[in-house]
Design a protein. Structure first.
Length: 188
């Protein structure tokens, strides 16, 4: 659906006149950066794998089939060359101007931060934080991308898990509470 010129004009005026914007977004923001969404024709749910992506990205699958999980994770979730696009950059600009108070995102790609946004609430976590399940040591995305097989901690040998919310896992309640505080209640 294409917005009319009048709708676009009105939207621009609203942004110009506002100083308390909260952006809530998801996969559609990053598709222009080459990161597939989940449900479109080229999305992850329409790919052909041994198991459906929603199964591969579940906690149970991660625990029972870590090798298969990491094959898919490296192939489809870790975005090797993705760069922020115009939407990410505009949101960072609005934050710098004091108009945008927070980006609340379901994305795990870190492109909002790469564009310069500072107050980003990642509801589903991020690929940029990975932790040893045994000792808690953190690892960056490069370590995860370069490691062959199931990533192991270089300090204790424990398994490393991405700090992303898999199916069957709960969202981080601290992040949820912070996100809710940014969404104003208005009486019309």
């Amino acid at each position: 659906m294409v917005a009319s010129a009048e709708t676009i004009k009105k939207f621009k005026e609203m942004v110009q006149d506002s100083n308390n914007i909260v952006f809530f977004g998801g996969a559609g923001v990053s598709t222009e950066s080459g990161i597939p969404d989940f449900r479109s024709v080229d999305g992850l749910y329409n790919q052909k794998y041994k198991f459906p992506p929603e199964t591969i990205l579940s906690h149970t699958f991660y625990m029972n089939n870590p090798e298969e999980f990491y094959k898919f994770y490296r192939d489809k979730i870790l975005s090797h060359d993705a760069k922020p696009n115009a939407a990410h950059l505009k949101l960072a600009q609005l934050e710098k101007e004091g108009k945008l108070k927070a980006v609340i995102t379901q994305n795990i790609d870190g492109l909002h931060q790469a564009a310069g946004s500072k107050n980003v609430l990642e509801l589903h976590g991020t690929v940029h934080r990975n932790y040893c399940q045994k000792c808690g040591k953190f690892f960056d995305v490069k370590y995860m991308r370069d490691y062959k097989g199931v990533p192991k901690c270089d300090a204790c040998g424990g398994d490393i898990k991405p700090a992303v919310v898999l199916y069957e896992e709960s969202l981080d309640m601290d992040v949820m509470e912070r996100a809710v505080k940014y969404i104003p209640k208005q009486i019309c």
